[in-house]
Design a protein around this ligand. Sequence first.
Ligand code: IVH
Length: 705
Amino acid sequence: MNKEEAKTKIAELSNIIETHNYNYYILAQPTISDYDFDMLMNELIALEQQFPDLILPDSPTQRVGGDITKEFQTVKHRYPMLSLSNSYNLDEVKDFITRIKKSIEEEVEFVCELKFDGVSISLTYEKGLFVKAVTRGDGTQGDDVTTNIKTIRSVPLRLKGDYPDFFEMRGEIIMPHSSFNSINAEREELGLQAFANPRNAAAGTIKLQNSSEVAKRKLDNYCYFMMMDDDKMIFKTHYESLNAAKQWGFNVSNYMAICKNADEIEEFINYWDEKRKELPFDIDGIVIKVNDFSQREILGFTSKSPRWAIAYKFKAEEVYTKLLSVDFQVGRHGTITPVANLEPVQLAGTIVKRATLHNADFINQLDLHYDDIVSVEKGGEIIPKITSVDLKQRKEYSNKVCFIDKCPECGTQLVKAEGEAAWYCPNSLGCPPQIKGRIEHFISRKAMNIESLGEGKVELLFDNNLIKDYSDLYDLTYDKLFGLEKVIVVKDEYNLLQENAVRKVSFKEKTSNNIIEAIERSKSVPFARVLYALGIKYVGETTAKLIAKAMGSIDNIINASVEDLTEIEEVGEKIALSIKDFFTDERNLNIINRLRAAGLQFEQEQKVNNENQVLSGLSIVVSGVFKTMSRDEIKQLIEDLGGKNVSSISKKTSFIVAGDKMGPEKRKKAETLGIEIKSEDDFLEMIGDKEKPTKGIEVQGSFDF
Ligand code: IVH
């Protein structure tokens, strides 16, 4: 295919893919199978790889993210982002209506909308193309988060129909319950603090530096307000403007209504106060807006908010019940989580028996006592939480809930990391729930994928003294497994399934064979996943991939200094220290040696797809910031050309490729050991690569070639 043909094909594919995106994410009516969609996407990716200069900023491939933002640019809003005045009861809403009717003589219509509980965003469109996304910030200026927002499928990158040349769409970035629940489950697995609610999770996500991570978090966007210069406004009413926005491709909620009086508004509020439990995302109220733009002009603004709109805030769904007892649970990383056992009570469609108490600080802030009457809140599928104590009902001699100081499972003295709220049991290699949790993580699908050893089976092996750590898995034989059995209770921690299922686990012929086969297969799982499977605190799937790629082998990681580790993308001091801790523990090193002997992959697979192996046999250190490529791209190039990336400088280092800002420690060491430092240009010349893309270089003026 020549370039002209490719251009046409790229445009055609982009169009089809974005139409499918629109059908799926906005209309919620998919018209293509996931497989066929992926095929179209792959075709587009392949073409763009072949003709990189044909990649357009609004290409659907840009939605998968990848760009790293070191620091978000602060941008001044063209139109300030105001907030709304709040009301908490219907009388306040009625006062608002009365005030408006006093100022406007003619009939007034109101538009009632859902108040999305997320993070407000301003999206700028120029000539139909999405050009910028800025957070609210202080209302006058916010952060440019364009790269991250591009990954949200319901944000159109190119508009359809007859849109104005320049305008802004205001809306809310939200995290649906489904994404929130899976992200929190993953964070808890990793020993990270769970997000308190979807709003916090959305706010944290849009400020992530790695846009491909944002893409994975499945955010959504709802638009509710169009802004443009007054003399350019083509619509008479807000309702009309939102309907047009919908036609142009924006995600505008269908759940809005024109109301003519207080009764209709009240009906809308009451309906959604009840129905909101069925929505797949959080709303925290209803927004009531004057519909007519000319009436809005008469009403004007206060310094903070428009006089033509008000937010009615729902009361969070809560119920009172009695605190019976507190359990202290030990997680995979030893973190102790207090969980309240409550007198069962009906709340938001489920019976609540347990609620999280987060940590010791939370219990102290509540000044919680046994037998206290507590208020419990819950929204959607989210874990219930205790929000307050009814002190009037406290029994005179009730006992204060005290946090434990010894591990409830193994009796070890608990410790607390500086600056963290959680207490944890440091006996990581001797405390049963930590051991079992680590093994369960090791066998999980994204790690070693020994799925046939799923729920209950690890416990059975552990109880029978067949596994004490995950390296023991590789000593299992058919004979050791066959015939084991146990009745287990599948726990439903927060009663979200509303029952505790009892199941019998038994190892018959087929199960035993499946397990042995899956264990054998796991020996070819790539290094990055093995690294993730080790269950090092804070090392999630993505981080493990980046570390594996940057360091090349487990030995390089074991020998790396904290400084070496922090050079890796997305690895900060906290993660580096956790890795260092893990590999300085002799017991972990023994486990690694046993896994090594069993045949697991502890080296990054070298891709030998380049005939030009000019770097074969060379150990190269890459350091600093580069002009033409990212550090990872240089490292990839080294690997492709047969070289080995090493992180620390030693006598064995062949040379260093240094960009700007090479660490002074590294430079000193190189000079002491007499290791050559090559500039980026020297390196490119050495590998004979004169045609590297000029990504990142600003070309001044125009040139004739
Ligand atoms: S209109 C001039 N409509 O609520 C005000 N805001 O408390 C324009 N919000 O900052 C905002 N849903 O982040 C509007 N349907 C909706 C909304 C909404 C959620 C948020 C928005 C705003 C905050 C005000």
